[in-house]
Design a binder for this molecule. Structure first.
Ligand code: NI
Ligand code: MN
Length: 226
């Protein structure tokens, strides 16, 4: 059984066989956080890019739990220098963590590290396979045509930003669903801060009218079985 818990903003915890995978663990300073970095379980941490609302508490959680941080090369080296346990790959690359396999995918966004906006390579998304389920976490991105290539490999669940301003908006995310062809889609990265305001009900309506995907709306702290 694979379970997905929404921890607020773009942070999700996927649980399978007693193991936990954290996506983009922005908890401290996240007004919607449904967990604390000092307690949240982690056996693997996926970080899509260096912006603070995604990198979040990854280093602290990795140091506490020993969980590897899987991310792109340039950001990975920086996190390693801060004491995190890092597996640094790049776009198209996969790594088998035993209980889960993760692949780094493209994202149309920027990436930087720290308050002085240090160079942090390119941003990414992930396809995570665990318990026979493929979950695509898009990270921060606009919609892009190569999402159809990601969809061709089979996506069961897509986690997509809908807040606009820094990423695609709800309309863009519906176009993404048409290329990814997931069975389920969960919106993220909206209503955390004023510039990324979106109506998740409208997104759900558009997805379910225009595609065959089921849209699952999740409140922070809510868990669903995939
Ligand atoms: Ni960002
Ligand atoms: Mn963001």
């Amino acid at each position: 059984m694979v379970k997905l818990k929404f921890l607020g903003h773009a942070c999700f915890q996927l649980s399978h066989s007693g193991k936990s995978v954290l996506f983009d663990p922005f908890l401290k300073g996240n007004p919607k956080a449904a967990a604390g970095p000092d307690r949240v379980p982690a056996d693997l941490i996926l970080v899509s890019h260096g912006h603070s609302d995604h990198l979040g508490d990854a280093v602290e959680i990795s140091k506490r739990t020993g969980a590897p941080v899987f991310t792109t090369f340039e950001l990975g080296v920086k996190l390693q220098m801060q004491g995190a346990n890092v597996v640094a790959g790049n776009h198209g690359g996969s790594h088998d963590f035993g209980f889960a396999q993760a692949k780094i995918t493209w994202a149309v966004h920027s990436s930087s590290f720290g308050e002085h906006l240090e160079e942090a390579g390119n941003p990414c998304g992930f396809v995570l396979k665990a318990g026979g389920i493929a979950v695509y976490h898009a990270g921060d991105t606009d919609v892009f045509g190569d999402m159809s290539l990601i969809g061709e490999e089979g996506v069961d669940v897509a986690l997509l930003p809908i807040g606009g301003f820094f990423t695609m908006d709800a309309r863009g995310a519906v176009r993404a669903v048409k290329m990814l062809k997931p069975k389920k889609v969960v919106p993220m990265h909206y209503n955390t801060f004023p510039p990324i305001t979106a109506d998740p009900q409208l997104f759900k309506k558009m997805v379910e009218e225009e595609t065959s995907a089921k849209c699952v709306l999740m409140e922070p702290g809510q868990e669903t079985e995939l």
